[in-house]
Write a protein that binds this ligand. Structure first.
Ligand code: RTP
Ligand code: MG
Length: 140
């Protein structure tokens, strides 16, 4: 299996409840390595640009408002099959549908305040990692 990198975001509901360490432990316990990480406050323009693919969706405005409602932690996870592995650890978008033992099942508050973002393909991972990090900030 290939070593991949994926972009992860700990969302404002996670930072607000001081859950960043508990969530990071899930990644590390699954064999993913946090090779870059920074805490930041997204601007409205940044959040809109990051979620541009969802611009026409009915939840776009609420999603952007939520993502700027408090600090986020953006991070690069590295490991075997990292993109799919992270999606598996995260669980389904709606915590009501998430499998037992997943981050969203255990921590998410709602379909919107669902604690984590993870890139959904290798191609999007490369784009999303580059959105937040210079190559020199990623130390594998
Ligand atoms: P993510 O992009 O955050 O990793 O989550 P995802 O792939 O599981 O979900 P996606 O369909 O890409 O949606 C992005 C984020 O938008 C919010 N959302 N709200 N109110 C709603 O019906 C709704 N649907 C999605 C969630 O925060 C979701 O993670
Ligand atoms: Mg998505």
């Amino acid at each position: 299996m290939a070593i991949e990198r994926t972009l992860s975001i700990l969302k404002p509901d996670a930072t607000r409840r001081n859950l960043t360490g508990k969530i990071n432990a899930r990644f590390e316990d699954a064999g993913l390595r946090i090779v870059a990480q920074k805490r930041m406050q997204l601007s409205q323009a940044q959040a809109e640009k990051f979620y541009d693919v969802h611009r026409e969706r009915p939840f776009f405005g609420d999603l952007v408002s939520f993502m700027i409602s408090g600090p986020v932690v953006v991070q690069v996870l590295e490991g075997e099959n990292a993109v799919a592995k992270n999606r598996e650890i995260m669980g389904a978008t709606n915590p009501a549908n998430a499998a037992p033992g997943t981050i969203r099942k255990d921590f998410a508050e709602s379909i919107e305040a669902n604690s984590v973002h993870g890139s959904d393909s290798l191609e999007n991972a490369a784009r999303e990692v580059a959105f937040f990090f210079a190559e020199s900030e990623i130390v594998g």
